[in-house]
Design a protein around this ligand. Structure first.
Ligand SMILES: Cc1ncc(COP(=O)(O)O)c(C=O)c1O
Length: 471
């Protein structure tokens, strides 16, 4: 099996479909999936980089992290990058850096991973949710403006599952209301929006680089910005050793922010957020190969979808913005349209797909955050009321049934294997499984349990806790 062989462009599906595996037919998927899903690709180059850190005793330094930061900033086309020990920390630092503080509100899509916004609580701020768009599954720019108040400080634009947000519309709103835009690029490293790299468009970005992500370096995150004051506030928040230090910036510049000078040396956030240098070392190697590896993921995805053209019920989650892309197709999904297959529930589709051999097939996305008790009931810091409203001038908690699109998407999106290689024989088996199930949907209608159980937890797929595929 080579990674470069060109697939045939014709559909491999036989004219008559085999019987569904759920009813005793032969499963469509016979090849072990682990090799085509295994990620990240680790070679001796990564191993040597880690060993160097260990042997030199550099685990807790920051020289290798600063090299990684420079390379990452150049790759992304931004002035500053600041390595963090998690994506969560980089996003919290981004919030602090743009001035989010006590009593402020940030607007965030309810359909995202909690670390896009929950850290706001620790800054004394709170979260106002907005809905997402049906096609992109990203923050709906049309659902933001009526949620802006005098307290709103920032909008978190999450490029969800690799899909770019409509940044022009979001930035226009931000400019009109003098707000900051924080990009959460944890699902979309290397993605493009109208020719611009994600993470270089808003005022600041936070990016998870943990092992389950597409740019996977170990636990880690990185903050990026073009704004020196934002950068210096982020350094001040969680990087005491570089706070005020000369030549310890991405661009070898001295600190210039006079408002920060009196506090040099101790972290304003009381946090120590620097990246473990084994992660930085891996990051330097992974980044070098990333674009070329992602190119293969994109080709594999294109091939998969070409095999499903014309099949009712399943459509690609894709961007229609010009000069844009789906980054590395992180945690790939397809749009499920039950109305095209007689109203068959997604639950039943998943049951049939598992029988075909796609054991990791999962319906939906994440439970919308506004429904979770942490955002409704938890009094985290002993304020005598839920933290979400502790410093607010109103009860901004939404009803569970609000945000219809975010809730509906749990029944209208389904996982697609996140193919890392263009291996036609493997991909064809998965496409055949979907063809079998969707083209024979009528046989599955009897005994359909419906979708009542979908989306009860954050999350139905926990994007951050996925274990690496074992060999
Ligand atoms: C959208 C999103 N934002 C932030 C994070 C947090 O990143 P980390 O796990 O590196 O802290 C994750 C995933 O883990 C994520 O999926």
């Amino acid at each position: 099996m080579t990674a470069t062989c060109e697939p045939a462009r014709t559909s491999p599906a036989p004219p008559t479909l085999p019987a569904l595996a759920l009813f005793g037919g032969p499963p469509a998927i016979t090849r072990p999936i682990r090799d085509i899903l295994k990620w990240p690709i680790v070679t001796e180059e990564d191993e040597a980089a880690v060993l160097h850190v260990l042997r030199e005793g550099k685990m807790s330094g920051w020289d290798i992290s600063m090299q990684f930061e420079k390379e990452f900033a150049d790759w992304l086309g931004v002035k500053y990058a600041l390595a963090h020990n998690t994506g969560t920390a980089s996003l919290q630092a981004a919030m602090f850096a743009v001035g989010v503080g006590r009593g402020d509100e940030i607007i965030c899509p309810t359909q995202t991973y909690w670390a896009s916004c929950l850290q706001a609580f620790s800054l004394g701020a709170t979260v106002v949710f907005a809905d997402v768009e049906e096609e992109s599954a990203c923050l709906d720019a049309g659902d933001i403006e009526h949620r802006i108040t005098a307290r709103t400080r920032a909008i978190v634009a999450v490029h969800f599952l690799g899909h770019p947000c409509d940044m022009d519309a979001i930035l226009a709103l931000a400019e009109k209301h003098k707000l900051k835009v924080i990009e959460d690029v944890s699902h979309a490293q290397g993605g493009l929006y109208k020719g611009r790299k994600l993470g270089s468009i808003g005022h600041v970005s936070g990016i998870s680089l943990m092992t389950g992500k597409s740019l996977a370096i170990g636990e880690g995150g990185i903050l990026t910005t073009n704004d020196q004051h934002i950068y210096e506030r982020a350094v001040a928040f969680g990087h005491y050793e570089r706070f005020g230090g000369f030549g310890l910036s991405t661009r070898d510049e001295n600190f210039v922010s006079e408002d920060l000078q009196p506090f040099y040396g101790l972290p304003l956030g009381g946090n120590k957020y620097r990246m473990h240098q084994m992660s930085s070392a891996v990051g330097r190697v992974q980044l070098k190969h990333y674009d070329q590896r992602v190119e293969e993921i994109r080709k594999a995805s294109q091939y998969f979808w070409s095999l499903l053209e014309g099949v009712p019920g399943l459509h690609p989650h894709k961007t229609t913005f010009p000069e844009s892309n789906m980054a590395a197709h992180y945690e790939a999904r397809g749009h499920y349209r039950p109305e095209e297959v007689g109203g068959l529930s997604l639950t039943r589709v998943v049951e049939a797909m598992k029988a075909e051999g796609y054991s990791d097939c999962v319906p939906g996305l994440l439970r919308p955050l506004h429904q979770h008790p942490v955002f409704n009931e938890a009094d985290v810091y002993h304020d005598g009321k839920p933290t979400r409203i502790a410093f607010s001038d109103r009860d901004l908690r939404e009803k569970a049934e609000e945000f219809p699109v975010s809730s509906r998407l749990n029944r209208r999106m389904v996982t697609i294997p996140w193919f890392k290689h263009l291996w036609p024989e493997y991909i064809e088996e998965y496409a055949l499984a979907f063809r079998k199930v969707l083209l024979q949907a009528d046989q599955l209608l009897a005994g359909d349990p419906g979708d009542d159980k979908i989306g009860l937890t954050q999350g139905s797929v926990n994007m951050s806790s996925k274990q690496p595929v074992k060999k």
